[in-house]
Structure formats: structure tokens, C-alpha cells
Write a protein that binds this ligand. Sequence first.
Ligand SMILES: [Zn+2]
Length: 203
Amino acid sequence: MYSRCPHCEHQQTVSTAQLREGRGLLRCRYCANTFDALASLSDEKDETIVLPLDIGLPFDGVAPVRPVRRIWRVANLCVLSLLLLQAVYFERDRWSSVAQAAGFRLPGYYDPAQWSLSHGELRRAGDSHYVFEAVLTNQASIGQSFPALKLTLTDFNGVAVAERIFDASLIGAGELAAGQSQSVHLALIVRRDDIGGFIHSLI
Ligand SMILES: [Zn+2]
């Protein structure tokens, strides 16, 4: 025989011995709630069970109630999760502050707009060798992972002649605390003699 738990809609097998032992009450194997197994007793698996409608109002006969299908619960959960994700994503700065204040953190907070690069300088350090130096400041109200740096070298007419993206791991290890600055020192080899300037951006 089968019986359906009214709390989670899960159908499970039940024997006469179990019914006798529990005096008709059964503990759900899925949600652990105890329920009246006799109310939804059935001989066939997955049969739609008709439960009496208990609304305390007089009515003729027994109104059939379709159990809430589990798929709707899953769909509702999905929608709720999406809303939560949106809330976290669009207000991640504030959420991260809250999380940090509470003693834990959201992993890898990072917003390229909250970094500033100043004192950028490109100098020649030998034949084909250049060094790019700058100061990177975290302007966010919380610590964040280092950004990657895109450096474009130009000739004396401002025309881009070389470009390189420095991975975040080359800029700094881990995270930089809120309001802190760190100097950046990057060595690069450029086999050109006409480097006249540079453009940088954080990505
Ligand atoms: Zn259940």
C-alpha cells in the first residue's frame, strides 16, 4: 500500500503492520513529519489522492483537493533564489560590507570602477627593457581582489604599437583592504625604439 505525506507530497510504501503499530500515523521518510497515513491510503503508486477539504464550512459532499504539485514548489524556490541572487548582485558592495561586519565575507568581491591607478610611469631600463610603475588604490569601502591591468604602448605620435594584459596575480596577491594603496612594478620587454607613451586601463 502507499500513502502520501500532506507536508511534502511524497508518496511512500506502508504495510498493514506499520499502520497497526502507529495506529494509522506514519512518519514521512522525506520530511520527517508525522501524518495520518489512512487519509491518503492507496493501493497504487502515484495515484492522485483526493483529500477531504477541511475548511469548517458546510458543503455538500466532499470537495476534491488536488495536492499541491511538487513542481510548483520547485518553481517557486527557483524564482526566490533568482530574486535573492539579484539582490546580492546589484547591491554587492553593501552586502559585502554587511557580510564583513558579520565576520564572514563573500568570495572575490571585485569592481574595476572602484580602483584607481596614479603616478603611472614608463621608463626604459636597458636595451628593449622597460619598467612600468604606478600606485594602485582600492577606493571601495571593502577589501577587494586585485584587478588585471591592460597596458598599451604608443609611439611618439600616440599610435598604439604594443599591448599587454597583466594578470591580476602579477599585480598583487590576494586582496587589498579598503582605502589602501600598493605600488605596482611591472617589467616588460619591447623590441622597439620608438615608444613614446602609454595608456593603461584596469579590467
Ligand atoms: Zn513528508
